[in-house]
Design a protein around this ligand. Structure first.
Ligand code: FAD
Length: 371
């Protein structure tokens, strides 16, 4: 196996591909391994049998506030400007989600101004100064009625756990708005890669100093590789042979359905908090902008088993992770990055930024070591 590799990278997701590019541009020889048959990690997209571009591992909408991330990723793709919007179906009606002034007025049958809505919602909320779980976090913000209809059952389905058993951060990142802003995210840059994510990854990895080996599980071939440093973006518990026990994840089954219509629904994403076994139905064509006579829907069925998608945010799981994190600092010339290796739900842009920062640290150390 390649003996002159400077940086071995495990994982061709956005963490691994970003680091591969930066390391290669710094003159390092890089080998990227992935156990899947394709690059892109969970951002992977492809045309299905009907020719519709689909996201195989869940819908991915790119957004960031970081100029640094935006400028870097923009070197490898042209963009299609796209503002991501979500609706929630509750009691047979579609509502704006995250909850905004329209949602509140429609739900309560009122015509509140922003100030009136804030005052009204305040009367609905119990006083909970220091929320210790996801239920309290929502109740103190929006009150019982909206919580019951929009959050309780969605959370039960998504996590398989009652919100009282989850950390407050689960719901803390969902905004509550008293204006009519219907965007899911208010980040400065919001767009979809014009030719898709897989195309973006091929450009990112297209460098003479980068080799890519697919269908290769590093953990089953550890001794086959010789390298100066290792960057690992797989599951941290697997790296250490589950020494402190497995880190729990929630998984999802994606059910695809192609229909002989240009569009099935009026919105890219509809959440179903209370109906059906699936949590959401996504028609990604709205976001990709593909013009095609047929359409493909993707419904998400949360599962206990399967690919590790969402780290389960509970303090006992975090305590296990901290043991792995500590152990990870003791492995020479080995660096852990990305959502699986740091056991955190991270958006793509956060992973890119973390990868850029890691690259900077590695190069700074290299300069000191050789200086
Ligand atoms: C359903 C869903 C929807 C999402 N939607 C969005 C969104 O809209 N916007 C957004 O910004 N973020 C979104 N995300 C988050 C986004 O997917 C992550 O931020 C991103 O994929 C993390 O990149 P990564 O490189 O850390 O991990 P991954 O993409 O998981 O890549 C890790 C790679 O490592 C490989 N690997 C693991 N172990 C080994 C091994 N032992 N040997 C070889 N290869 C290995 C895997 O096969 C994988 O390809 C979503 C996530 C999910 C689950």
């Amino acid at each position: 196996m390649a003996s002159s590799i400077h940086t071995l990278i495990v994982g061709a997701g956005i963490a691994g591909a970003t680091l591969a590019r930066l390391q290669a541009e710094a003159g390092r020889s890089v080998l990227v391994l992935d156990r899947r048959p394709q690059v892109g990690g969970n951002c992977y997209d492809e045309q299905d049998a009907a020719g519709v571009l689909v996201h195989r591992y869940g819908p991915h909408y790119f957004s960031t506030n970081s100029d640094r991330v935006w400028n870097f990723i923009s070197r490898f793709t042209a963009w299609r400007k796209y503002l991501y919007q979500v609706k929630a179906l509750v009691d047979g009606q579609l509502f704006d989600f995250p909850i905004n002034l329209n949602t509140i007025n429609q739900f309560y049958g009122k015509q509140f101004t922003s100030v009136e809505a804030q005052a009204f919602i305040k009367t609905q909320c119990p006083t909970i100064p220091n929320p210790t779980n996801a239920e309290d976090q929502v109740l103190r913000q929006i009150g019982r009625a909206l919580y019951d209809k929009f959050f309780l059952n969605y959370t039960l389905k998504h996590w398989g756990l009652h919100p009282r058993l989850l950390d407050p951060e689960v719901t803390a990142r969902i905004p509550l708005r008293f204006d009519q802003d219907q965007r899911y995210s208010t980040r400065r840059y919001q767009a979809m890669p014009k030719a898709g994510y897989t195309n973006l990854f091929h450009h990112l990895l297209d460098h003479p100093k980068i080799q890519v080996e697919l269908n290769c599980d590093f953990l089953q071939n550890r001794t086959a590789f010789h390298y100066h440093q290792l960057i690992y973006s797989g599951c941290v518990d697997a790296f250490f042979a589950y020494r402190f026990g497995p880190l729990p994840y929630r998984s999802v089954r994606f059910a695809f359905e192609t229909l002989p219509l240009p569009y099935f629904q009026d919105f890219p994403q509809i959440n179903y908090p209370n109906d059906f076994d699936y949590t959401r139905c996504v028609e990604i064509k709205h976001a990709t902008g593909q013009s095609h006579p047929v359409t493909t829907l993707m419904r998400e069925y949360p599962m206990a088993e399967g690919e590790p998608f969402y780290p389960i945010p509970r303090s006992d799981n975090q305590a296990i992770y901290l043991q792995y994190q500590q152990l990870a600092t003791t492995v020479p010339n080995t660096f852990f990055v990305g959502r699986l290796a740091t056991y955190r739900y991270l958006n793509m842009d956060q992973v890119v930024l973390a990868s850029m920062n890691l690259h900077d640290r590695l190069e700074a150390n290299q300069t000191v070591a050789s200086g």
